[in-house]
Design a protein around this ligand. Structure first.
Ligand SMILES: [Zn+2]
Length: 91
């Protein structure tokens, strides 16, 4: 699947970071997470102690749709809703 947007939001510092090209390595300002890979691959890194509660993945596929959370991932659903992202805009 092609990647249109390679981005994450850090829920510790609030930064939204985006990797725009293959070697564009971007770290959030509190150093908790990074993204890399641009539109080629989704590479992520996390500081020690960072869990899935500490970030939100905002990557999109080639049609500009967000990747849908798993059915049991209520937290991510809630966070996407808070970010103003409609479930109809997800795949
Ligand atoms: Zn951060």
């Amino acid at each position: 699947m092609a990647i249109k947007r390679n981005a994450m939001k850090c829920l510790k510092c609030g930064d939204i970071i985006e990797s725009k090209s293959v070697h564009d390595f971007v770290r959030c300002s509190c150093d908790s997470i990074f993204v890399d890979g641009g539109h080629q691959y989704l590479r992520r890194g996390f500081s020690q102690g960072i869990s899935s509660d500490d970030y939100l993945d905002l990557s999109m596929d080639e049609n500009g749709l967000y990747y849908k959370p798993l059915p049991n991932d209520k937290r991510r659903k809630k966070l996407l809703k808070e970010a103003g992202i409609d479930e109809r805009d997800m795949v």
